[in-house]
Design a protein around this ligand. Sequence first.
Ligand SMILES: Nc1ncnc2c1ncn2[C@@H]1O[C@H](COP(=O)(O)OP(=O)(O)OP(=O)(O)O)[C@@H](O)[C@H]1O
Length: 589
Amino acid sequence: MQHVTLRRLPRFPRLVSRIHHDATSLPIVNIPKSSIYELGEQEPALRDVSLVVQPHDSWAVVSADAAAGKAALFGALMGTHRISPPAPPPGGLFPFLRDADPHRYVQMVRFAHRGKGSGDGFYDFTARYGSVREEDKRTLRETFFPEMARPIHELAISSLYHAEQLEPVSEVDAKAKERQRAYFDFLTARLRLTDLLDLPMIALSNGQTRRARIAKALLADPKLLLLDEPLTGLDVKSRAILLDLLDELQRTWASPHVIVGLRAQDPLPDWTTHVALIEDDGKVQTGKKEDVFSTTFTPSAPITSTSPSATVDSASSGYKARPHGNALIDMTGVNVAYGPRKVLSDIRWTIHANSRWHLIGENGAGKTTLLALLTGEHPQSYTQSSNLLLFDRERSKWATPLLLRNIGRVSPEMFNAFPRRHNLTVWDAIGTGFDGGFVPKGELGVGTAEDGGRLEAGGQEEQWRLHRMYEVMCALGPSQWHTHPQSITEEQYFRRPFADLSPGEQSMVLLMRALVGAPSLVLLDEAWAGMDKAMVQAAHRYLQDGGGGLTEEQACIVVSHWEEEVPWGPEEGVQRFRLDGGRGERIFP
Ligand SMILES: Nc1ncnc2c1ncn2[C@@H]1O[C@H](COP(=O)(O)OP(=O)(O)OP(=O)(O)O)[C@@H](O)[C@H]1O
């Protein structure tokens, strides 16, 4: 069992812009049996929603299946969706705010993947691995906490400070500033951000950035904080720390009131008392968690500060070793450092064909960095010489496009960077997987030949690629997870604009893209984010032995902080490689 030591809340008065005292007994949210509409739509996204959140209740909004319903309910609270009939006066939607401005006091932090309409350009997500460019030099402190941009140390020479700081401030303002700084120091320490504050923002890992976004939202001192999928991408320790912190803020200061959004497969925080369960047909069940779940499904076990870490030992029972093929990747002492900051030290790891790996490690342990060495995107992959062999060659012996043909991958960074031009169809997006690029190529959108030239029309390679397009679509497409599989054919789905798909569907399409070319090495870094349960199940079925998604010639590495997201169990010979403090070790089995 892992025990997380937590510092209790410090004894300083919070900088809270207080709501009138007697408001604390008023409901936080009041939606009285209403329907919720996307703006401009006639059909409601959710029907008969009765949601009354009392101050002492802790609610979770859970999507039984499709994530769209959760987005609609949060949209109603954030004013991007219409509630009909609207919440009655006096009090309206947020009775506890009285007449205070919801824009000031209600904040939302969303961690689900970006979806529709988020720009069409591709940006270079590998920029963070190189030397940091001038425009990317802004630190975490400057970007998220500009009011804390200049650390004020007691030994600081005041004349070196900006003039504004020397202006006289009233005693009240000075006290308020002091309290805000104390709260900032407290939050950043509790969320393990202190050592990261002066790193360039671009250098932060996925989980580190998420923790920083939560700290920023808390520092703004909202009265109601909506956190959608806050646990995705956080390591086990950070999840427990975050949940304990939210609970403690709520118990100590009754602020902010927090409503979390979760996927059906996520565990409920143990302090959850009530649940709004959004069903696939747009109905919403609300009530005490034991009442809601007694009639539907059992939620996953709650997580607490003492939940086990990624249950590393559980695989020792029933383990069945897999026969090995050739070594695809050989690391014999790989190192990555940024100046004095060592991220990977002397990593030794051989990845054979037919192996299935779960790469684990806390946020910031270097998992993404390690995968970027394997794809050759990390500039330091060039300096490893024979300590890093990629398909039998050093990095410098590979032309990047050829190397990328051997690797299929999905990652949060790539998901965000993938172009969302309106004329890019699902077919185009999947077809880019044959070349590993981001621009559709070839007459039929299934890529070019190895030398970059045209594929022979009607030739064997072209036929095989067309066949693969349909194969992955049949295995991972809507027929496997759509609630009404008959209502959309594969052909129709291929023609849909990629940008119009829900984030979960986009993740699914990018998974098809990673697998379509049957590359030797498949890297799945948090590949399931945004997917609903049926999609994750379809993906797992396909990736398991006998599912057809991976052959004995291929190796696959899954990166996830959730054990249940790994498609293979010990009986399929999954192995674990753990990064910790820059070191890497293979964990038996
Ligand atoms: N340019 C840089 N300068 C300094 N440190 C950097 C730079 N780029 C990355 N790092 C550090 O390297 C570490 C590894 O980051 P990486 O993204 O590989 O972690 P991770 O294990 O994938 O984390 P997560 O689980 O949060 O995705 C982080 O602590 C990060 O702050």
